[in-house]
Design a protein around this ligand. Sequence first.
Ligand SMILES: [Zn+2]
Length: 222
Amino acid sequence: MKQYRSTIIIGGLMFLAGLAIGLCLPAMRASTLQMDSRESEQCQVTQDAAKSTLYNKEECCLCGSNSRSLMGMYRGKDGLGIISLNNWYVLDMGVGKAEDETMSGQNSSRITATGEGGCIFHVDLNHVRRISEVRIEYGEENYFDVDKVRGYLCQTCLDKLLDVIDVYGDSECPTGLCMIDFQTQELYSLQNQYVTYYIRDYYVKIESGEEKIVTAVYAPEK
Ligand SMILES: [Zn+2]
């Protein structure tokens, strides 16, 4: 009799446990799905988010004269740059013709941090051969954040940028980096699927991994 009772109790407990698991599993799965969709939603740019919040077009960090952007200094110059988009830091890769001829015989290395949570640029430059290698160490905020960038750019430049980094097409979160040709003001994607570019007289190679390495070489056509 005692044995029967314990069998019944164990059976009952197992039934309850089965019921609990059966009820909880779909709920757990639903919450994981919700998390997944929330994560990818963060990277998706909606029509609303693609609206510039800059009131004065002249303050645009790409085509305007915003004093916080270094673009004004580099615009029109023969050279290439890399932009850390979320904090709009513009790095001159240094492959352009050296203005100071005394510099042209030297190699140089420099490190630039773009600010809190931003990436770090390690630039190695061969002035004689006009080769620049930029190793980019990602910061905590390495994904493109449209909410920040739409405050820096006018609508035309924001549209141009969103097209270049392909925020609509890919399900992966885009990296908050792009390249710029200072002379033509054309933007080039640095997303992982891009490997090489020919930009005017420059050959550019992009390696993507835990860090990104962008190498630009002055290689004019014969
Ligand atoms: Zn603009």
